[in-house]
Design a protein. Sequence first.
Length: 203
Amino acid sequence: MATLLHLDSAVFPQGSASRDVTAAFVEAWREQHPDGTVVHRDLAAEPLPHLSAAAVAAGADDPLRRELAAELAAADAVLIGAPMYNFTIPSTLKAWLDQVIIVGHNSGPDTSIAGVPVTVVASRGGSYAPGTPRESFEFVQNYVEKVLTTMFSVEVDFIVPELTLAHSKPSMAELIPLAEASRTQAFSEAREKAKALASRLAA
């Protein structure tokens, strides 16, 4: 029986592209693997404290850090909703990373988390894809992939719903068809990836 650790970090509980796509992923996961377990952490609804000097000194002996590390270690797969805020990840998700990465305990070349598949839903209001004017402002995928692969040696895969502000910004109205196409593709990828991953882990 596989366990999926599901993290959401979008500030809005409704109308969030990243939450909608992670929800579709979880729904497909449950359909494919009904005996599996889903552990959900809403980092916006229940934010974690910023890392303190005392927590750093305590390392894995800090109760919260130990709990988060154990939760991650018990996961067979991880799903992260990571919307772009001010060109990077929400501070609540950064707080989770700072708390859960414990050097000498669960990160480094001998980490027990190595190889765990991590799916990141990196939604954004515009487009920061290669070749676009704001390509150099993309600090979500670049950062998340680097920190997770460097610290945990996990397998990172991205689903990227783009142009999510097209419907609400008149200046982006002409991009609505592209936004709809990106949304449709994101949901399709979420369902396909979830089913494939659930089947792989349940085998």
